[in-house]
Design a protein around this ligand. Structure first.
Ligand code: 5GP
Length: 253
């Protein structure tokens, strides 16, 4: 069998050429990194959980009419996605202050924001993904004003969907990051949610106890990352098909 062509390898995922034109296979690794890859580890099973969780969120978004790059799950670690042109921006939505916003503005983590706030960071590891203003985005041609308006609208819809979903299982969606891609249909472009949505890219706190159930567990050495992600998956009813769910083998006579 011919080896698959690797298109791109990032910190947590690998993209391979897909079986049909216009598709990629997205492979979820177990690698965890933080602080621009200064802190690294391998968390067994993280890739499997994030593959399932991202699938779950993307299918839900599609169901309510938010377009995504997701096509179907292939196996425990891989999903088939549409090939999109990634806009080089991280779109962050915040409902409560935390992380870099708390540091930048001196706000206590957990402070409720007056409304969801959308921020853009320029995707460039060598610069540490700096926060940028809409002025930079338009002046440097990373996106148009129309794209920006569409990106904000898309990000806020994702926020409403994810906040409600998480609230239903006793989790507060503090903030999250998405990436958005352009999907071309001749000269017509559509913006779709791309990359992944998982506890790697969200802040998720238990509503009752405040316990962190996201990548901050790894960033801040707060315990087992796989236990935290498994808890999110369990509450949402999304768990990888594992031994506990496998039917018993039957004897073939
Ligand atoms: P902060 O700016 O506070 O570090 O992050 C805000 C939110 O965006 C958090 O939920 C964080 O997980 C997510 N985020 C920001 N940058 C990245 C990134 O480079 N990769 C991932 N996976 N998530 C990020």
């Amino acid at each position: 069998m011919a080896r698959r062509k690797k298109i791109y390898e990032g910190k947590a995922k690998v993209l391979y050429e897909g079986p049909e034109p216009g598709t990629f296979v997205q492979y979820f690794k177990d690698d965890a990194t933080a602080f621009n890859a200064e802190k690294k580890d391998v968390i067994e099973g993280k890739g499997v959980l994030n593959n399932r969780l991202s699938e779950f969120f993307m299918i839900g978004l599609e169901t309510i009419g938010v377009p995504t790059h997701f096509l179907k799950r292939i196996n425990m670690r891989e999903q088939l996605i549409r090939q999109v042109e990634i806009i080089p921006l991280e779109v962050i939505v915040r409902n409560y202050a935390a992380g870099t916003m708390s540091k930048r503005l001196g706000l206590e983590e957990g402070t409720r924001l007056p409304r969801p706030i959308v921020e853009f960071c320029y995707k460039d590891d060598s610069l540490g993904d700096p926060l940028v203003a809409e002025e930079h985005i338009i002046a440097f041609n990373w996106a148009t004003q129309q794209d920006l308006d569409d990106m904000v609208a898309l990000a806020l819809r994702v926020n409403d969907f994810m906040s409600g979903l998480m609230y239903g299982v006793g989790i507060r969606l503090v903030d999250f990051k998405i990436e958005i891609g352009r999907l071309w249909d001749n000269d017509f472009q559509r913006l779709v949610v791309a990359d992944e949505i998982s506890p790697d890219s969200c802040r998720l706190w238990d509503i009752e106890t405040g316990q962190k159930l996201d990548k901050d567990v790894f960033r801040r050495d707060l315990g087992s990352l796989s236990d935290a992600y498994t808890e999110v998956a369990r509450r949402l009813g999304v768990l990888p098909s594992n031994a506990t769910h496998m039917p018993k083998p039957t004897l073939i006579n």
